[in-house]
Design a protein around this ligand. Structure first.
Ligand SMILES: CC1=C(CCC(=O)O)c2cc3nc(cc4[nH]c(cc5[nH]c(cc1n2)c(C)c5CCC(=O)O)c(CCC(=O)O)c4C)C(CCC(=O)O)=C3C
Ligand SMILES: [Fe+2]
Length: 341
């Protein structure tokens, strides 16, 4: 296969106070999120002037990718489209079509498998292609990259620095956190189900080891939504911090393994809510930075592209089963949107 373009696909985020509600409507259309949850989330965004860091991050990431890729001989143009807020995916695919693109490699800004973090991106790419028609470019999403050495290195470097900042002698627990998903979504993630949490556990293990952490660690979940009657992955990070305090821990180091950049979920749910929970229980909290636009992340994305363009063997630190977005039917999560209703 010869490729003639790269497409960065991200979530999208509001860029001002008036964007927040229309953005939330786009995200939650047909998803049964209660109104109370929506107004609470709107408020989280308004604490930051209605501006999510997502789009600015994508602009900085794109600039870094363009520079790095061309320095490494990858001359393909890089387009950018979001699922939920402009620049929209359909407009990016329309630009690609107008420019004569035939075969593109898509990179979604999520490392893990599950309906929300993978299949939904594939579906939205499909919808954008369908809007263009028969003649739309072919677009292939790259594999999950939670166990790529560059992904692990990025978090391990940041974790190592954060651990060095914790005052010596404190009873400290390392806690990895990611976006919770409904249990039903977890059950359909991956060829054997349960892959979303399994992939996170594996990545957390590798990051902890690589940073030289020899004590115990936990994987917890944050930012759940949906009706309270629907079970989502637990424990919630706030409950877990309370538990750790009760066990005599004095400090928690929180590594946001599920987030490539500072989403509102990081800035609000961790840096405000979890921090407040920790203070209430007399526990110190250090939040490990996200990869943002570091050299590891940019090199990781370059290597994912080279796997496709040059057929380089995938660099993986695990043999965990993962779906191949190229193989139809290898990702049961793709059935999630039809079974959930
Ligand atoms: C697994 C996962 C990722 C990681 C993979 C990836 O990166 O894509 C992710 C990313 C993100 N989620 C984001 C924002 C939101 N997610 C929501 C709702 C939901 N997320 C879910 C899961 C995930 N979400 C789920 C199962 C729902 C319930 C509705 C449904 O079944 O689809 C809602 C609605 C309100 C609420 O319910 O909270 C909002 C506003 C933003 C933007 C942040 C910013 O602007 O800084 C980003 C990057
Ligand atoms: Fe989300």
């Amino acid at each position: 296969m010869t490729y003639d373009a790269i497409l960065l696909v991200s979530f999208g985020g509001p860029e001002g106070p008036d964007d927040v509600l229309p953005f939330l409507r786009n995200v939650t259309r047909g998803r049964g999120i209660p109104d109370e949850r929506l107004s609470a989330v709107a408020e989280h965004y308004q604490h930051f002037g209605g501006v999510s860091p997502m789009n600015d991050w994508c602009r900085r990431l794109l600039a870094a990718m363009r520079e790095d890729f061309s320095a490494h001989g990858i001359g393909l143009p890089i387009y950018w489209g979001n699922r939920n807020w402009p620049p929209m995916l359909v407009d990016a695919v329309s630009d690609m079509h107008a420019d004569g693109v035939r075969n593109a490699i898509a990179i979604a800004t999520s490392a893990f498998g599950s309906y929300s973090s993978c299949a939904q991106y594939i579906e939205d790419i499909g919808a954008a292609r369908a809007a263009i028609g028969e003649d739309a470019p072919n677009i292939e999403k790259v594999r999950h990259f939670f166990d790529h050495p560059r992904f692990i290195d990025s978090f391990a470097d940041k974790l190592r620095t954060s651990l060095a900042e914790v005052a010596a002698g404190q009873k400290t627990r390392l806690v990895f956190t990611s976006h919770s998903i409904p249990n039903r979504m977890e059950d359909t993630s991956g060829p054997i189900g349960g892959r979303y949490s399994e992939q996170h556990r594996l990545a957390s293990q590798l990051v902890a080891e690589s940073a030289g952490w020899e004590d115990g660690w936990d994987l917890v979940w944050q930012s759940r939504s949906g009706p309270p009657t629907v079970p989502w992955l637990e424990p919630d990070i706030n409950d877990h911090i309370a538990d750790l305090a009760a066990q005599g821990y004095e400090h928690v180091v929180v590594c946001p393994i599920g987030f490539l950049s500072d989403h509102i979920e990081v800035l609000w749910d961790l840096d405000n809510e979890a921090k407040e929970t920790a203070e209430k229980h007399g526990v110190g909290l250090t939040r490990v930075p996200t990869p943002d636009v570091d050299q590891h992340l940019v090199a990781l994305l370059r290597e994912l592209v080279l796997e496709r363009t040059q057929g380089k063997p995938p660099r993986r630190l695990s043999g965990l089963p993962t779906c191949d977005p190229l193989v139809e039917g290898s990702c049961p999560a793709r059935g999630y949107s039809s079974i959930r209703r």
